[in-house]
Design a protein around this ligand. Structure first.
Ligand SMILES: [Zn+2]
Length: 468
């Protein structure tokens, strides 16, 4: 028995000598032209301009490579330059975005299939975009571009432009950051070498980015001080001999369908006039300095440290994630209410993605247009998922009218029930509006005459705002 096995082995390893005389066959690596040090993920063509002063620094003076992903092609906005609309405008906006990026030397630019969604609710954008298919596409771009650094919109609700699409870009980027290193996520993308001309499997490399940073369009940018590294936009680029804002301004000029009048006006200004424009906080396009908000890193690093501090070269793997929090799986032992909608989603999102230090408004807040409705999404949590009978009372500022969501509610047996309170906001004169401070709406819940809690929403009225 033993002897025959030895004979068999001898037979198997007797390869023809000629096979080893040849030089080894080369297996190609990933396409190095796609490699990005920084991957920027934004919602709309022109959003990239929020971080171009930093990108100019990274590209021209740190010799980093950047790539940009736009989640939509911007076809639903207005065209202030020419007559095209809809899909034709999307074609133009894509061209403008590519040209703007090219002005900074960024040629690797991708577009997801998100559709512009005029709303402040991130959940509306995620629904309208096709969350799953766009996440899959974005994970594929992470694996193709292999970035160390990810920069994206802050997924959080603040008084400001607060566009749901911006927040949705931040949600997808955060999810892709956590998923793209995991080979069992979208496995066809990382399925290895297969038959030549087989068109399904991608042979990409699972890729773990190392740090994620956010930026925000909140009205009050001072609240992010200390939350991440700061970079001067006024500093002179050693290689380009001009301030970073100036390079960024040039890179914004292709976006003619969005602000043609501003671009025409700025193009006529001389150096001194441009300097003056940038030194006045009311007219400057970027605040000085620019703060990037630190999200997380897979290696220990200071939140306010440089973007590229503690970055390791090459492939890294994510530290094993803390066990997923048992969100909602456990039944509540008591009755209580919480804010639902985007606020409820984000409080679970921050825990799930390990972003517990991400800036959050001290009290939930939103800006809405005057003389429209503000909706306050409420979640009633039931003790032991039992049927519940609750009463909601709403405290609204004088002159604001509660139009629905108050009164007694008989709720079915379930862990939690979503309700909604609607309040009509008043009409205001321009003078009143100018002086308007955020107002508070309080929703109080009672069961059998005893309080089971309350939620508050701060509302800033503005002359214009996206629908909630
Ligand atoms: Zn935008």
């Amino acid at each position: 028995m033993k002897l025959s096995l030895r004979v068999a082995l001898l037979f198997v390893v007797s390869w023809p000598a000629s096979l080893f005389a040849q030089s080894p066959q080369i297996v190609r690596g990933p396409d190095d032209r796609m490699k990005a040090d920084i991957l920027v993920i934004v919602a709309h063509p022109d959003d990239e301009a929020a971080v171009t002063p930093y990108l100019a620094r990274a590209i021209y003076d740190l010799h980093k490579r950047a790539a940009v992903v736009f989640a939509t092609r911007g076809g639903s906005g207005g065209n202030d330059y020419s007559r095209e609309h809809g899909p034709a405008l999307a074609n133009i906006r894509e061209t403008e975005a590519r040209e703007a990026c090219a002005k900074l030397g960024i040629t690797n630019v991708w577009f997801l299939d998100g559709k512009d969604t005029a709303s402040q609710n991130v959940l509306n954008s995620l629904a309208n975009w096709g969350h799953g298919s766009n996440l899959e596409k974005l994970v594929g771009i992470f694996r193709l571009t292999q970035p160390e650094i990810v920069i994206t919109w802050l997924p959080s609700v603040f008084i400001g432009e607060n566009h749901g699409d911006h927040q949705a870009a931040g949600v997808l980027a955060t999810e892709a950051f956590d998923l793209s290193g995991n080979p069992v996520v979208f496995p066809a993308q990382v399925a290895g070498a297969s038959k030549r001309l087989e068109p399904y499997l991608e042979n990409l490399t699972p890729w773990q980015a190392q740090k994620i940073y956010y930026f925000s369009d909140a009205n009050d940018s001072k609240q992010f001080a200390g939350k991440g590294p700061v970079y001067s936009v006024k500093e002179i680029s050693p290689s380009q001999k001009q301030p970073y804002w100036r390079i960024a301004l040039e890179a914004a000029k292709p976006h003619l369908t969005q602000f043609p009048a501003d671009i025409a006006r700025i193009s006529k200004l001389n150096d001194a006039q441009l300097e003056k424009m940038m030194s006045d906080p009311n007219t400057a396009w970027w605040t000085e300095p620019m703060t990037l908000i630190f999200g997380k890193a897979i290696l220990p690093t200071a939140a306010t440290g440089d973007v590229f501090a503690n970055i390791q070269a090459g492939v890294v793997t994510a530290p094993s994630l803390p066990a997923a929090k048992d969100q909602g799986a456990k039944l509540s032992q008591r009755d209580f209410i919480s804010l639902g909608g985007p606020w409820g989603y984000y409080s679970a999102f921050r825990v799930e993605h390990g972003l517990v230090d991400l800036p959050v408004a001290p009290q939930p807040e939103i800006a809405v247009k005057i003389h429209t409705s503000v909706c306050i999404p409420i979640v009633v949590h039931h003790a032991d998922a039992a049927p519940a009978s609750v009463t909601l009372k709403v405290d609204a500022p004088p002159g604001w009218k509660v139009t629905s969501g108050q009164g007694n509610f008989s709720l079915p047996a379930e862990p939690s029930t979503a309700l909604q309170v609607e309040v009509e906001t008043p009409l205001m004169s321009p003078e009143e509006l100018k002086a308007a401070k955020p107002q508070e709406i309080t929703v109080l819940a009672e069961k059998n005459g005893a309080s089971i809690g309350e939620v508050k929403l701060r509302v800033q009225l503005q002359g214009s705002a996206l629908p909630e």
